[in-house]
Design a protein around this ligand. Sequence first.
Ligand code: SF4
Length: 229
Amino acid sequence: MQFGGFEKFTLIDYSTKVACMVYTIGCNFRCPYCHNPELVDETVEARIDEKEILDFLKGRIGMLDGIVITGGEPTMHGDDLLSFMREVKKLGFLVKLDSNGTNPVVLRQAIDEKIVDYIAMDIKSPFSKYTETVGRAVNVNNIKKSIEIIKESGIPYEFRTTIVKSMLSFLDIEEIGKEIKGANNYYLQKFIPTKTVNPQFLKKVTYSDEEFASLKNIMEKYVSFCDIR
Ligand code: SF4
C-alpha cells in the first residue's frame, strides 16, 4: 500500500497516546472545507510505501504507542488497508482509524479481526444533507450502518463534526444528535480555514465560543460525552 504522507510523531491525534500518523491517498467525498486537498485526488503521487512505514515502526517498538491512519479516506483501500493494519498489529502497536463511514464492510472486518483499537468517524451533517455537504452522491445507508457498527463495537471511538457556520445550523446539530443518540463520545470541531478543497471556503467562518457552548448543550442531550475542539 502506498501513502500520501507520513508524520513520525504526534501527541495530539490519538487521545493520550504517543503515535505516528499516515495519510492514505484518495477520498470519495469532496467536502469543500477539507484541509487535506492534496490527498483527496486518487491520482496524487505516492510519497511513501508500506514497507518504509513498517520498517520505521520496527525501530520504534517501546517508543511509540500506536499509529493513526487517516486520509483521504483510508477504507477506500479495502483489503490493502486491512493487510497493512494486520502487519502493524503484529508489531504490537495500537491502531487508530479515521473514516468518513462510507465503507461499513471494512470497518466491520477490522473490528472483528481486532486489528483496530480506536475509530474516529466524521458525521458530516444530518443524513438528509449529506450529499449537499460532501459534494458527492452518498449512500446514506452505509453511513447509518457504520454508526451502528462503531457504537456496538466495544472499542473506544468518537464521532465528530467539523462546523462551518453557513453549512450547519443549530437545528442541523440537533438532528445529528438524534441520529447518533446513545453514542459515547462526540466532538464539535471548529472549522479553521488554512487550506481547503474549495478556495472560497477560506473566507468561511465557524460559530463563536458562546454559540459552541450552546451547541454542546444541545448535543449533551443525546450523547454521553461531548466536547469542543
Ligand atoms: S474532509 Fe471530506 S474530502 Fe477531506 S478527507 Fe475527509 S471526507 Fe474526504
